[in-house]
Design a protein around this ligand. Sequence first.
Ligand SMILES: *Cc1c(COP(=O)(O)O)cnc(C)c1O
Length: 456
Amino acid sequence: MEPYRIKVVQALPTPPFGERLEAIRRAHFNVFFLPASRVMVDLLTDSGTGAMSDRQWSALMRGDESYAGAESFFRFEAAVQKFTGKRHVIPVHQGRAAEKILAFTLLKPGDRVVSNTLFDTTRANVVFRGAEAVDCPHPESRNLASTYPFKGDADLDAMERAFREGKVRMVVMTLTNNTAGGQPVSLQNLRAVRELADRYGAPLVVDAARIAENVFLARRHDPELQDLSIAEGIRAYLALADVVTMSAKKDGLVNIGGFLATDREDLAEAFQNFLVVFEGFPTYGGLAGRDLEALAVGLEEVVDERYLAHRVEQVAWLAGALREMGIPVLWPPGGHAVFVEAATWMAHIPREVFPGVAVTVGLYLVGGVRAVEVGRLMFEDLPYEWVRLAIPRRTYTRSHLAWVARTFEVLHTARERIRGMELVHAPRLLRHFRAHLAPRDWNPEALADIALEVGE
Ligand SMILES: *Cc1c(COP(=O)(O)O)cnc(C)c1O
């Protein structure tokens, strides 16, 4: 059961089919343009969408909004130091601000960055700087059925080849590996990457957005971690990094916030100089004092075993329910989301016409569920066509997830009714956020008779 009870509630929007149809048309069939007030169960992202605890809400009141040297900063700094084991702590308003600082202080045009897999905003910041991003995902991550427990690992051979080709100035390890399915990275793999980074003289950055989930999942299969608490496990991983970046909107259990942390004086100095120009003074870095307070408490709460066990179980329950229906899902389930493989599930829709996007439209129309494509629209050269159902932290109950499962069941039996999507308009960077699409040779109204309505 949920290791918390509900203290404040937010009414769930329940628009009927006709309103959903109008909303998705107005959104140019891109779920990012849907107003949240037209979404019943919102699994678009687990980023900044979780519920804060009563302890976090009360911490907000202690927020010290002094421009320089605010008390809130020192509480935040101590919490991040304890969490990461790193000395220098630099607050930023969210993860991509940390990525921008990295890209502009450590990279120059023509450089290369290697990674297990860069998250989309990290990649965009690298590319925006004129550098090249090289993903080296583990071969097992492409094997849907394999039960290999560390599908988030880097492919060490591919990474070493990239190093030998030259110009690699930075290594980024994303934990968990979001784009590869929220899969954990093993401590052993991170150690091997550390050795490569040392051999070729590149700093190792750990993108720690979901480090608590990573340690929880990894510990099940790694005897070395079994005697450690989650907090100790996190520090064991992060001890290997030169720089830690974190979008605290994930495992920071807050709605906004992030940080960079490092033991290296020279890097901390460079980051802070950049920070004052683009984010703010080093003791607030684009956040209010109250945000720093909530984040400090969030970092304490996220290492709670009961919280993590429940979270991972929610994801596993939904993944298991879909798998039992015969819907192809990434296995084993990751830490924050269920990944459905849309190209196989919708075998009648060619990959060129975005089967993943078609599924997001279908799920929304049938059950008011908002999911997101992680496929060719998001990354043109992605070898798979995922639909990601990200579970917000401490927000939905089993009944909400049962509604999602039911939505899939209905769409599964009627899947031939949905077809491909045409790309009407798309910006160059992060095109999925703002792209316009249209159904190709099918009419979304044809889903009216199977649409689920709340209260029926
Ligand atoms: C969300 C995320 C980011 C970017 O953080 P924002 O807070 O959205 O700017 C970076 N890396 C990973 C792995 C993420 O999940």
